[in-house]
Design a protein around this ligand. Structure first.
Ligand SMILES: N[C@@H](CCC(=O)N[C@@H](CS)C(=O)NCC(=O)O)C(=O)O
Length: 280
């Protein structure tokens, strides 16, 4: 088990926001994550965990600083964990564009050089990070997963591919059908190669249409989101859910855009949704 290096800590709503760096075997390099430990989170009173996966260009900091999640997490007794969106460093492959490389890991395991050397974010967020959190912090092994945009895609893919690991899934403005939108096509071509059959294993619309185990799933989408039509396509996810009979609740909100102002407006409902399923 790797050693955690504390980067910073802040008291918040009586609990603690802490950032850590550690060596990750999955990504073959260092990773950074943030954790919020509510007041009273102690070995005698372990708490369940919500994993948050952020979107393109983000680090672990965007969610913790902008979503306003900690007040409700403190009230409920829900630990929040927010990893960085990719491996980082001068030895990690990158691209000049914001939607590929560092800050754009897409929560998958890359198979193509040069990406395959470090870009194994799926293994990191579904296996290595929860194992680390559960060995180092006073938490239960009850987990849920949420995220935004690229991280909404990540949350859906994690929950759909590994439903036994999570109690519930939610997403804000997810990239719902990545193998058929510009962000996803570009990332999948680089990380997974030209064989488009391999892309289906990382596409939530595809995975939802043939899911054998289902999880309660909540998706919120702003209707003034500048990426809605071209990149996000939540209607494709809805069609897959209808076809499969998957328990998806897709809510559409007039006037809201793609930003953290939208997330901040509805995050409390997501936290309560997850808490209800974690404690059921
Ligand atoms: N930079 C890109 C979009 C990047 C973007 O919107 N990122 C979202 C996730 S997809 C985000 O959360 N940005 C960071 C923030 O708002 O704090 C553009 O302007 O087209």
């Amino acid at each position: 088990m790797s050693t955690l290096t504390l980067i910073s800590q802040n008291q918040c709503f009586g609990g603690w926001h802490r950032r850590f760096r550690h060596h990750s075997d999955s990504v073959n390099g260092d990773m950074t994550f943030a954790v919020f430990l509510p007041p009273g989170c102690q070995p005698e009173t372990p708490m369940p965990v919500l994993y948050w996966l952020s979107g393109l260009t983000c680090t672990d900091e965007n969610f913790m600083q902008k979503a306003g999640a900690m007040r409700t997490a403190a009230e409920l007794g829900l630990v929040l964990v927010a990893p960085d969106t990719s491996p980082r460093g001068s030895d990690v492959a990158d691209d000049a564009d914001y939607d590929l490389g560092q800050g754009a890991g897409f929560y998958l395991n890359a198979t193509q050089a040069p990406w395959s050397q470090h870009y194994r974010m799926f293994d990191y967020v579904t296996e290595e990070l929860p194992a680390l959190i559960e060995s180092q912090f006073p938490v239960t092994n009850l987990r849920s997963v949420s995220g935004h945009s690229m991280g909404g895609h990540g949350a859906l893919v994690c929950g759909l591919k590994q439903p036994e690991r999570y109690r519930s899934i939610s997403a804000f403005s997810p990239i719902s059908h990545p193998r058929q939108c510009p962000w996803g096509e570009k990332a999948f071509r680089h990380y997974l190669g030209d064989d488009q059959d391999s892309w289906k294993e990382w596409d939530s619309t595809e995975l939802m249409s043939r899911a054998s185990i289902t999880l309660p799933t909540l998706v919120d989408q702003g209707l003034a989101d500048e990426f809605l039509q071209q990149q996000l396509q939540p209607q494709h996810l809805q069609q897959a859910a209808d076809m499969r009979g998957y328990p998806l609740t897709l809510r559409q909100h007039p006037g809201y855009d793609h930003s953290y102002y939208f997330i901040a407006s509805f995050i409390e409902e997501h936290l309560r949704f997850h808490y209800q399923h974690l404690m059921a």
